[in-house]
Design a protein around this ligand. Structure first.
Ligand code: ADP
Ligand code: MG
Length: 627
């Protein structure tokens, strides 16, 4: 009946069992590179040279100056389940090396011709071993080799034609190899990486010790535009450390292709991490776009399990809630601090060619629009300019106070203006001080505010900027005054799974803080008794369900807060100065000062930039001055 009946059980030959293991870890040339580079990193190398021929199918050679392998261990290194990195289970629970499974060299040598050469001493000769034959016994011979190790892998998949068929073009395979090297180069700054393809050096990443050197390397790997639009991050709390770079929301991508995340030096993909990062960008990212980042998380090795997957791309955090909160808070804070004065203008030429969003805002001499302004408007503009020039560069204290007054009259809801004006006034006392966004000169087409600062021209999208300011204020007052709630006349019942219902019980306090009162009505049903007033027109059932799904999955949820923010956003949009509304110069100046004070004011609520700048140099270039 079954073919099993006709066959006897046999032990697999070492080569065949290695080939089966290779099925998991050796998928293509890039996976070989990954394993070899990780071994070199684990060996403490400071210099790694990579030689590739024909996309890695013909040859992959990795040479390092690490600790090397002793003559006696060489043959062992090629056998399966042989590793120097862990000895017992306890070691596995706090493993600090990238490798520990002792499978890579055995697997690779079962599907390619592998030569391993090494020397553990600075002087003297080295030893070499090749894997050969069905039983894969190895023969050790002398060879000339400096301290360190060289692994040469030729003719990958020569004996497994099925695998070979899955390989793509030489160029594609090489691109994947490059990706692997880049991923390591973005976190191991203390190692020199050189990559040659078909005899030509294509990448050389020099060791980087200082922040500036590191940023140069990041720019080399991720492109200069990323670095120009990135914020450096460094935070530490509760035994967790986060460092690296995140791109401003305006430098978002259409693909999630510029996202590097490392846990203790290991590149990983993780749902908790992705979720936390997305949350942090939630308020500032244009819909459907992906953030870009290079981030390192360092934490006690014992609190993260890396033995989850053979390729070790996944990890499991012992306390994923803590990790999620730490990431979310750190990044959220860093992004909130982006405002004029402590960051580059959110749009630069470099970012615009990628995002396509920013380019709309680029000022071109051909469409500056001034030429088509009507005579009357031009007059007003000129008058306003004249008025402003007489104030420039430093308005007096009374003028600033007046400005604030006008703006307050326009927006009676403005909070704590007094403190604000005192601050501005005292800065204005200092005659050398020009605020980051400068002083308003004019309003263009009822849409843009033109201002002059120390560097040159500043352009502000009036509506977008005001919308963000109103929105941030509404959020703040919500945070300060708490959430107004209302009981439901007819409590709404929601059918959920038992797990979700338990979860609702467990997080009753969380729901309460957000203005919800949930009651368990049965094993698989909940009653909603009270909701926030703001949400009375929302689909409460859907919201509660989604929140529970989040809580079950991540132990935390931002959905209610997000949904409220969305509503606030809509309200803010309606409450903000519309295009085509004439603003006076003092009103415009007040708007600029507000932007400087407001968190996240570099982007409007939809993630579009609110302002941009053109320095005198850039203007000179437009007019070919001094060329
Ligand atoms: P693992 O890395 O999981 O230990 P590998 O099969 O990749 O397993 O390597 C087996 C062993 O060979 C390692 O534990 C290490 O002792 C040794 N080894 C491999 N590559 C190197 C290298 N480049 N430098 C020093 N030792 C190496
Ligand atoms: Mg290894």
């Amino acid at each position: 009946m079954s073919i099993l009946n006709t066959r006897r059980i046999q032990l697999l030959s070492p080569r065949l069992s290695n080939q089966i293991a290779a099925g998991e870890v050796v998928e293509r040339p890039a996976s070989v590179i990954k394993e070899l580079l990780e071994n070199a990193v684990d060996a403490g190398a400071t210099n790694i040279e990579i030689d590739i021929e024909r996309g890695g199918v013909k040859l992959i050679r990795v040479r390092d100056n690490g600790c090397g392998i002793t003559k006696d261990d060489l043959a062992l290194a090629l056998s399966r389940h042989a590793t120097s990195k862990i000895v017992e289970l306890d070691d596995l629970e706090a493993v600090k090396t990238l490798g520990f499974r002792g499978e890579a060299l055995a697997s690779i040598s079962s599907v390619a011709r592998l030569v391993l050469s090494s020397n553990t001493e600075e002087k003297g000769q080295g030893w070499q071993v090749r894997a050969a034959g069905r039983d894969m016994e190895a023969e050790v011979t002398p060879t000339a080799h400096l301290q360190g190790t060289t692994v040469e892998v030729q003719d990958l998949f020569f004996n497994t034609p099925a695998r070979r068929k899955f390989l793509r073009t030489e160029k594609t395979e090489f691109n994947r190899i490059e990706d692997v090297v880049k991923r390591l180069a973005l976190t191991h700054f203390d190692i020199n990486f050189t990559v040659k393809h078909n005899g030509r050096v294509v990448h050389a990443y020099r060791t980087a010790a200082t922040q500036a050197e590191k940023e140069r390397r990041v720019a080399q790997v991720c492109g200069p535009a990323f670095m120009e639009n990135a914020l450096a991050i460094e935070m530490e709390a509760s035994g967790l450390r986060l460092w690296g770079w995140v791109a401003l929301p305006t430098f978002s991508r259409s693909q999630a292709d510029l996202q590097y995340f490392y846990v203790n030096g290991r590149a990983i993909r993780d749902k908790v991490v992705t979720h936390a990062v997305r949350q942090a960008y939630a308020d500032v990212l244009y819909h459907g776009r992906h953030p870009a980042y290079v981030l390192n998380l360092e934490l006690d090795a014992a609190t993260v399990d890396v033995n989850v997957h053979p390729t070790k791309h996944e990890v499991r955090f012992r306390d994923s809630r803590l990790v999620h909160d730490f990431l979310y808070r750190s990044l959220h804070r860093a992004l909130a601090d982006v405002r004029p004065g402590n960051a580059a203008p959110p749009t630069s030429n470099a970012s615009s060619n990628e995002s396509g969003l920013a380019s709309e805002r680029m000022l071109q001499p051909s469409n500056s629009g001034l030429a088509s302004t009507s005579a009357a408007e031009a007059d007003t503009l000129r008058n306003q300019t004249a008025l402003n020039l007489s104030q420039s560069p430093s308005p007096t204290v009374t003028q600033v106070r007046e400005n604030m007054g006008v703006y307050q009259a326009l927006h009676p809801s403005s909070h704590s203006r007094d403190e604000h004006s005192v601050q501005v006034a005292s800065s204005a006392d200092n005659s050398a001080f020009i605020p980051p966004l400068g002083y308003a000169i004019a309003q263009l087409k009822g849409i843009y505010v033109l201002a002059e600062n120390e560097q040159g021209l500043v352009l502000v999208d009036m509506h977008a900027a005001h919308e963000r300011i109103t929105y941030e204020r509404m959020k703040q007052s919500l945070a300060e005054q708490g959430i107004a709630t209302q009981p439901l006349l007819v409590p709404q019942s929601i059918a959920v799974s038992q797990k979700e219902a338990d979860c609702a019980d467990e997080h009753a306090e969380t729901f309460k803080q957000l203005g919800f009162e949930l009651e368990r009505a049965g094993p698989e049903s909940l009653l909603v008794r009270q909701i926030p007033i703001m949400l009375d027109r929302s689909n409460v059932e859907q919201l509660v369900r989604d929140v529970l799904a989040d809580l079950v999955e991540h132990g935390t949820s931002q959905r209610i807060a997000e949904h409220m923010n969305e509503i606030l956003g809509t309200m803010a949009c309606h409450g903000s100065v519309r295009a085509n509304r004439k603003l006076t110069i003092p009103e415009m100046n007040a708007l600029l000062r507000d932007m400087e004070e407001t968190e996240r004011s570099g982007q409007c609520n939809h993630g579009r930039p609110t302002w941009t700048a053109l320095s005198i140099n850039e203007l000179d270039k437009l007019f070919m001055r001094g060329q």
